[in-house]
Write a protein that binds this ligand. Sequence first.
Ligand code: GCU
Length: 681
Amino acid sequence: QAEDGYRMWLRYQPTADTQLRSQYQQQFTNIVQPGDSPTLQLAARELATGLRGITGQEIATPDTPTTGSVVFGTPESSAVIKSLELNDQLNALGDEGFVIARREYRGKPITAIAANSDVGVLYGSFHLLRLLQTQTPVDQLATQSAPAVEHRVVNHWDNLNRVVERGYAGLSLWDWGTLPAYKDNPRYKDYARINASLGINGTVINNVNADARILTDQFLEKAAALADVFRPYGIKLYLSVKFNSPMLLDGFETADPLDPKVQKWWQERVKKVYEYIPDFGGFLVKANSEGQPGPQDFNRNHADGANMLAEALEPFGGVVFWRAFVYAPEQGDRFREAYDEFMPLDGKFKDNVIVQIKNGPIDFQPREPFSPLFGSLEKTNIALELQVTQEYFGFSYHLAYQGPLFTEALNADTYAKGEGTTIGKILAGDVFDYKHTGMAAVINPGNSRNWTSHPFVQSSWYAFGRLAWDVNLTSSAIGEEWLRQTFSNDSDFIQPMQEIMAISREAGVNYRMPLGLTHLYAQGHHYGPAPWHDKSGRPDWTAYYYHQATEDGIGFDRTQSGSNAIEQYHDELTNKFTDPDTTPEDILLWFHHLGWNYQMNSGRSLWQELVHKYDTGVAQVEQMQKTWESVKDYVDAERYQRVKALLQVQLRDAKHWRDACISYFQSVNGLPLPKGSPEPA
Ligand code: GCU
């Protein structure tokens, strides 16, 4: 069957294992729909479509359960669910959790999906379909689950002219020109389904480099139409706003957050927003960062700015995601800045403010140590911001499953309350007394037919959603789930492909910036290499600032003898990072400036190891090519060819990265290539 990738992981193919398929055919013959709230209708439709596809048989819709019924609902909406007495389980699962139970009902085997809310039922329905799509045996279907993180939000960097910043998958999904009149665009609904299938419950639809016009009636009316589509899927709509909107929209002379007139302006605008969108989620704000306006322009701090907006949103239950991505060229070490600005404000933010922090201290680099704000902001609600779109991973041309990066961030140990205080636990609310937590990911869907352009960017979107639901999942388990649903359950496909899922991110680190090098990108586009020492322009936007390569050595000294950024971590880590010998080698040059002859664990010198890593990265891409070619028979022609072609591009770029970086560093250190190194391309 032709496959253009539009359906993502919701393909609902007939179960290939014939024995299992006949079991599914017996156990899933019909669905019994409870009430008809919009959300329950969606669950019914999804189950009917999914079960029909998976079993290959028609799915009946009787009024009462029979053999092979799927019964779903809340104890309130379904008398059958109520009679199953699942309350003990449900009590522990909150608003969004669900139970999948296998029961006998009046002597007939049924499957029940129960939850405390309609959206929980929808999540349970998607989960059952996930279990069936991944060929789970019938006796292993019973389960229960609730989300770890409260706000599971996708961020779009979509401009109002439909150009997507760092998107690489076509124009924005939001066709402002035809909204609000045409809100039945099937893309909107399918977008919401895709997110709901992962339990994502919020979307910020416009760019953090915000256009003030998003708060005008003209755009609010359009945004409200989208919110109407997303609502039954349990997805709240949020907007990125520009901090000086009162100046831009209404000619105010100031946007000082302590000015009562400014406060009133925001209160009135927020009221207006809620007239359009009664369940509006809140604002996302990028302030005093990369030229965006913010409270510091008026000699106020981040808390003053965030609290003003929070106050306006509070009566309606909205929240403010206030970003911690801040830096300025005057700062000595960009690494330090977010911590230095935000730590003094810990405890000063209102309850409905959530500080949204990128995983690393700089900017979504292929590998970063975690931002020291995690584990340090004890009295401020926090959210983790990840990037699905591949701004620094070869756009939508390179294959780079981000599951390993995301789990690396979640499993990072902050030592905030002793060993084992991982970021995942902090976000799950198990460590500090937070009122709210969140996980956000910058995703890239556009009007590319398959949403993300490179088919494997879908896997990172998938991984984000699954991890926001359950921070303890492993990247390989998620990768396997995704492969099974998106391509094939055949073990001859899964096994080799698991290797691709495991190495693709590391390959990207190796051929671009191994051993803790960072930000060697050409300015602006962030695609290709430019490690050279460009002395014009902003220093913190040139590669030299990051690698500091000289004749003597390479790396950024962030120990006591340098910027001392390591002091921002808890003692265990500060101590560890003080000494190059105890600093993990994969982040070594983040913290140390070392001689080219520094001895690595492998016995190689730093220079030899660097070259070795670059070569390894290129070899890994070649390996991915071979593996992909070996699974040809399991993949439809369209996706096979596309990925194959893109891997060729990736190999070209990997060699380019390797050769550009190595030859530049050679021009600095004058060292020959280690013996046995491959010739430059
Ligand atoms: C990066 C990216 C920008 C983006 C910024 C942000 O710097 O290159 O395009 O606006 O991050 O996260 O705000």
